[in-house]
Design a protein around this ligand. Structure first.
Ligand code: FPP
Length: 308
């Protein structure tokens, strides 16, 4: 769907020697021709990780924040262009106790402040998606600072989904399209109604609102759709994450809780991904191509209707 992001030809990373020996063994067995360009992760299980150790939930989040950097650095060592992490959902913001939300905000700021240098050392750029303008002012300032500090990096883009919900993202995109429509009419000095009527209302709407244009107004307009979504802690849910963008993504669910997730597990998820046959609604490589030739003509097939 995103024609602006043709599959780049993957070259083996020249930073593979920075992987641990275990990671290196998994990486070397991967097929360079089938590397994902974009991996999105639903980081889940911080609370359970803490609960299993009779620790307070916030310690699970703290450990979870540490893992973010390990995993992102492995991603950068294998030259993965895009990694997107679901760090804080709109629903987390609305439904979690205030003290937990405040703690997560502190953790985020702390994570950014303490890791910008490492991001620069690893050529990682940080970006954000979500209704970030609703986050506390000091959090927004730190976010802005971190994205400016890392803006010139050209390796992996780490996108943090913050105060993010996929349905509200689609709503925001629809609103932006309507705003553009009003702006266009204003610039032409006519009413929206007259502008649409001049082209025929149905055609005018079809021309202005279609999949590529809605796509271009999503927060993710500048990135390719994820090839692989990983969810930790075993839940088989998408939880309002990138609903539009993952239409054809492969999904990998692991029972491992997020605070136990490391670079090696990212590489194992890629190994699993490479076993999948991606079809994008088509037939895929292993389909029987002779099938079409052997089909009897539609008229030769007896159609037996079941009695009602
Ligand atoms: C789910 O754990 C995870 C979150 C609420 C968000 C993820 C947050 C982090 C990994 C830490 C902060 C991130 C950054 C980027 C600094 P949960 O509390 O839902 O776990 P549970 O389902 O076991 O209770």
């Amino acid at each position: 769907m995103r024609e602006t992001f043709p599959n780049r030809v993957y070259q083996r990373s020249n930073r593979a020697h920075e992987l641990t020996p275990e990671e290196r063994a998994v990486y070397d067995a991967l097929d360079p021709a089938r590397m994902p360009q974009h991996i999105a992760i639903i980081m889940d299980g911080n609370g359970r990780w803490a609960g299993k150790r009779s620790l307070k939930r916030f310690l699970g989040h703290q450990q979870g924040a540490e893992c973010v950097q390990y995993v992102v650095e492995t991603a950068s060592r294998i030259d993965l262009p895009w990694i997107t992490l679901y760090a804080f959902s709109l629903e987390n913001n609305l439904r979690r106790p205030r003290n937990e939300v405040n703690f997560l905000m502190k953790l985020l700021r702390n994570y950014l402040v303490s890791n910008v240098k490492r991001m620069n050392d690893n050529n990682i750029r940080v970006a954000y998606i979500g209704r970030t303008h609703e986050l506390p002012q000091e959090v927004q300032e730190t976010m802005q600072w971190a994205s400016e500090q890392t803006a010139r990096n050209t390796g992996t883009t780490l996108t943090l989904a913050l105060n993010y919900g996929a349905r509200s993202e689609i709503v925001d995109a629809a609103r932006a399209l309507i705003h553009n429509l009003i702006l266009e009419a204003h610039q032409r000095g006519i009413s929206v109604e007259d502008m649409l009527a001049a082209e025929g209302v149905d055609d005018a709407i079809k021309n202005r609102i279609d999949e590529p244009q809605l796509d271009a107004h999503l927060y993710t307009a500048q990135m390719p759709d994820p090839d692989l979504v990983i969810r930790t802690s075993g839940e088989q849910r998408i939880s309002n994450f990138l609903l539009w963008q993952i239409a054809y993504a492969e999904i990998f669910v692991t029972d491992r809780l997020w605070p136990d997730f490391r670079g090696i597990h990212l590489l194992e998820a890629i190994t699993d991904y490479q076993q999948r046959e991606r079809r994008f609604g088509g037939l895929g490589d292993s389909s029987d191509e002779a099938f079409a030739d052997t089909l009897p003509s539609a008229l030769d097939v007896p159609v037996e209707l079941l009695p009602r």
